[in-house]
Design a protein around this ligand. Sequence first.
Ligand SMILES: C[S@@+](CC[C@H](N)C(=O)[O-])C[C@H]1O[C@@H](n2cnc3c(N)ncnc32)[C@H](O)[C@@H]1O
Length: 255
Amino acid sequence: MMSEKKKEVSDTVEFYRRGEVVKTFEADRYSTPKGRLRWELQNEMMLDLLAGTEDPLLEIAGGTGRFSRQFARAGRELFVFDASWEMICSNRAGLEKEGKVVPFTQGLAQQLPFKSASFGTVFCVDMFSHIADPVPIIREMARVLRPGGQLVVNFTNKSSPMGLGASFISNPLRRVLGRMDVFSIYHWAKNFLRLIDESGLWRLRTTGLFFVDPRLYRFGFDQKLFTFAKKMEKWMSRRDCRFLYEQIWVKAIRQ
Ligand SMILES: C[S@@+](CC[C@H](N)C(=O)[O-])C[C@H]1O[C@@H](n2cnc3c(N)ncnc32)[C@H](O)[C@@H]1O
């Protein structure tokens, strides 16, 4: 019988293989006026954390390619990895429309099919919210980075208001009502950060975003929420209140 962990991984991959999910993924989450705010918040963070890097990029869980297109447009050499072949095809089609050709590899991040110490920069956005056990993945990310190489990852934070709501109210409720899609998995920051620290990575920056869940932007007060979120982020980074961040973002260096 399949273990609970393996089932979770395969449910997630199956979810991201579904035609309707792939087709609506970006439009639903990032292209609407409200979703664009989420994209802007995350993109600003990504550009800030990757500033100054020049080596080829390995994007893990590239999805339909919002970041892939951006880096390819900027002329960065890029390798894209994802578990879902369907997400890869959509990503590739988007890049081809812009005349960009990028190598893609399909597989599970739990076992990256790359040689050790082969990349200078690895990044991964919005994947750990589907991963119950991040241990093998962080180890793999550290393994494929060369010494001095950089890793940028984010994860959803269990102690944030959204994390507490999802972990203790909405996920159990959805479990009772029947599984509708993949659950958002939130991680305790202390555990996730310790895992990074114990994987031969040295954290250069640990920062975060206060409100990024697209469900919040459905209420129609998006611009106000955006401004509020930015103010909260500034306030929190001054006081190191990272327990409130909805998403924690880390930039770490392979020792
Ligand atoms: C929420 S999407 C994020 C896509 C992209 N990073 C972005 O921010 O637009 C999650 C992606 O993670 C991929 N994924 C989920 N579990 C994975 C695993 N174990 N290994 C590799 N990719 C995985 C899915 O196929 C999907 O494309």
